[in-house]
Design a protein around this ligand. Structure first.
Ligand code: NAD
Length: 506
C-alpha cells in the first residue's frame, strides 16, 4: 500500500520560482516561499562577505550584546515562532515551544562564552623556547553556510548559527523545504536586531538551493540532515575545498540494567522513542533490557503507553509524520521486523496511517532487520532482552551510526556509558546532554563528524591563530646559519637533559 498524503513537495511548487510549505496534519498551505537560484545564493553570500567585515571586526562583547538582544526578542515572541513551527512540522505547540527554550539557552551560552573560549590566551613556551611569549586565539572563518533539517527547525540550526555568529562569522542559512517559514522568522528577527545588516540571511528552496550554497564562496558549511544528503554535501564542498561539519542520523539505544529504576527507564524510553513522532536524531529507536527485568519493564512501558496517541487534536501528544515519504520507510521497517519474527506488543503495521503513525512497540526484533539496522524516524521502539550489559554494549555498538544514547543503571551507569561508541550518552535520563550548552554535540561513524555546542562548537567555526613574540635574545641561536658546533652540542645537552631520562608523566 502506498501512502497518499496530499501533494508531494515537487507538486507543491507553484511556479518556477516558488514552493509551498504544507501543514502535515491536513495538507493545508502554510506559506509560499521563493526557490532561490544559484545567482540568488551567490548574491546572498557576497552580501554576507561584506557584512562579515563589520561583524567580524566587532569585539566579543559587542557581538554578545546583539546576540543577547536577539535571544530576548525570541523569548518575548516565543509563541509566534512556536506557532510557525507547529504549523510547518505538525508537532504539538508545547513541544515546539520547548525546542525554542533550549535554543534560547544555547544562543545565550554562545554569546556569553565566545570571548573566554576564543579570545587570545597565553600558552607556555617550554624550556627550548623560553625566550618567547606564546599566544593562541581563534579567528572567525568569514562566511558560514548552514543547511538544516525540518525535525527540530529551531534548535538544530541554531546550534550552528548562534555559535558561528558568536565566533564572528556571518551566516547564510538554507532551512529545510518543510520548514522555510521558521528559517525566515529566525533570520528576519536577527536582521531587525542588527539594524538591517545582512549578518544572518536565509535562502529558501529545495536540494538544488542547498547545493548552490555548498558551491558558493563560503568558508565552511555546517550540514544537519540525513547521511545520504550529507555525502552529496561533502562531495559538492570538496569542489572548493570548503570544510564541512556533518550532523547526520542515528540509531540510538537505551540500555536498561538489572538494577535500573524501571518506571523511570520506561518513561524515558517511551518519550525518547515517541516524542516528536519519533522524528528525533537523538531519539531512542532500540532498547536493550537485561533479561532479568525484561518482563516487568514491558509491563511498565505498555501501561505508560496506554493513553498515548498520535493526532492533531489537543489531547494528542504525538503529531503527524512531517515528511510524507517517511511513512513508507516506517512501514517497511515495521513490516520487515514482523516478517522476520518480531512480536508486536503495541501498534504494529496497522498503526501506520496516511499522515499519523500510532505508537508501536516491537519486541524480540531480529538484529538483522531494518528496524534495528536503519534509522526509522517514526514513533516505534524495538525492545530486546539481553543476557548481560556486555551484550547490550556490543549490540548497541554494532551499528554504522554513533550519535547518542542512554543508560539506566544504578551502579554501572558511567562504566557502561564510556564503552558506547557514540558522541553523547546520558545516564538515568534521556537526551540530557542536548540541554547542557557547555557540552559538545555530534556523532561518529555514519552519524557524521564535527561538533556544535560548547567550546568545541565555538572553535568549529574558527581557525586557530598562533603568535609568538620574542621577549629576549635566545640563549642558543638555533634558527640562523650562524649556528655552530658549540650551539649544536648545547642543544643536544639540553634535549638529553629534558627528554633522555626515564619516562615520567609529570
Ligand atoms: P535531508 O538530508 O533530506 O535534508 C536536509 C537538508 O539538506 C534540507 O535543507 C535539504 O533541502 C537539503 N538538501 C537536500 N539535498 C541537498 C543537496 N544535494 N545539497 C545540499 N543540500 C541538500 O534531511 P531531513 O529529512 O531534512 O532531516 C532528517 C535527518 O536529519 C535525519 O536523518 C535526522 O537524524 C537528521 N538529523 C540529525 C541531527 C544531528 O544533529 N545529528 C539533527 C536533526 C536531524
Amino acid at each position: 500500500m502506498t501512502a497518499v498524503v496530499g501533494p508531494s513537495l515537487d507538486e507543491a511548487v507553484t511556479s518556477a520560482q516558488t514552493f509551498d510549505s504544507l501543514n502535515p496534519s491536513n495538507g493545508d498551505v502554510v506559506g509560499t516561499h521563493a526557490i532561490h537560484t544559484k545567482e540568488d545564493v551567490d548574491a546572498a553570500v557576497a552580501r554576507s562577505r561584506e557584512a562579515a567585515q563589520w561583524w567580524g571586526a566587532l569585539s566579543f562583547d559587542e557581538r554578545a550584546e546583539y546576540l543577547l538582544t536577539w535571544r530576548s526578542v525570541i523569548t518575548r515572541r516565543i509563541a509566534q515562532l512556536a506557532e510557525v513551527s507547529h504549523r510547518e512540522t505538525g508537532k504539538p505547540h508545547s513541544d515546539a515551544q520547548l525546542e525554542i527554550v533550549l535554543a534560547i539557552d544555547h544562543i545565550a551560552w554562545a554569546a556569553k562564552h565566545a570571548k573566554k573560549v576564543l579570545g587570545q590566551q597565553k600558552v607556555k613556551s617550554g624550556l627550548l623556547m623560553a625566550n618567547q611569549a606564546s599566544y593562541v586565539e581563534y579567528k572567525p572563518l568569514g562566511v558560514v553556510g548552514v543547511i538544516g533539517p525540518w525535525n527540530y527547525p529551531v534548535f538544530t540550526p541554531c546550534g550552528s548559527i548562534a555559535y558561528a555568529l558568536a565566533a564572528g562569522n556571518t551566516v547564510v542559512f538554507k532551512p529545510s523545504e518543510y520548514t522555510p517559514g521558521v528559517g525566515e522568522w529566525l533570520a528576519h528577527t536577527f536582521t531587525e536586531v542588527v539594524g538591517g545588516r545582512p549578518v544572518f540571511q536565509v535562502v529558501t528552496g529545495l536540494g538544488e538551493t542547498g547545493n548552490a550554497l555548498c558551491l558558493a564562496d563560503i568558508d565552511k558549511l555546517a550540514f544537519t540532515g540525513s547521511g545520504p544528503t550529507g555525502k552529496k554535501v561533502m562531495a559538492a564542498c570538496a569542489t572548493n575545498l570548503t570544510p564541512v561539519i556533518i550532523e547526520a542520523g542515528g540509531k540510538d539505544s537505551l540500555i536498561v540494567d538489572e538494577d535500573a529504576d524501571l518506571e523511570k527507564a520506561a518513561e524515558a524510553a517511551l518519550w525518547a522513542g515517541m516524542a516528536n513522532a519519533g522524528q528525533t536524531c537523538i531519539g531512542t529507536e532500540r532498547v536493550y533490557v537485561h533479561e532479568k527485568v525484561f518482563e516487568p519493564f514491558m509491563t511498565e512501558i505498555l501501561a505508560q503507553a496506554k493513553d498515548l496517541r498520535a493526532g492533531s487534536d489537543s489531547g494528542a501528544k504525538i503529531g503527524p509524520i512531517t515528511m510524507p515519504s517517511q511513512i513508507d520507510v516506517i512501514r517497511s521497517h515495521v513490516q520487515d521486523a514482523v516478517d522476520k519474527g518480531a512480536t508486536v506488543a503495541l501498534g504494529g503495521p496497522e498503526a501506520i496511517g496516511d499522515r499519523f503513525v500510532q505508537p508501536t512497540i516491537l519486541t524480540h526484533v531480529p538484529e538483522d532487520s531494518t528496524e534495528i539496522t536503519e534509522e526509522t524516524f517514526g514513533p516505534t521502539l524495538a525492545v530486546n532482552p539481553v543476557k548481560s550489559m556486555d551484550e547490550a554494549i556490543e549490540l548497541t555498538n554494532a551499528t554504522q551510526y554513533g550519535l547518542a544514547g542512554a543508560v539506566f543503571s544504578k551502579k554501572r551507569g558511567m562504566e557502561i556509558a564510556r564503552q558506547i561508541r557514540s558522541g553523547m550518552t546520558s545516564i538515568n535520563a534521556v537526551t540530557a546532554f542536548a540541554g547542557v550548552p557547555g557540552l559538545p554535540f555530534g556523532g561518529v561513524g555514519d552519524s557524521g563528524f564535527g561538533r556544535i555546542h560548547g567550546p568545541d562548537g565555538l572553535k568549529e567555526f574558527t581557525y586557530a591563530k598562533a603568535i609568538t613574540r620574542q621577549k629576549f635574545k635566545p640563549l642558543m641561536m638555533l634558527t640562523a646559519f650562524s649556528r655552530d658546533d658549540k650551539t649544536d652540542a648545547k642543544a643536544m645537552k639540553l634535549v638529553t637533559m629534558l627528554h633522555g631520562g626515564k619516562q615520567t608523566l609529570r
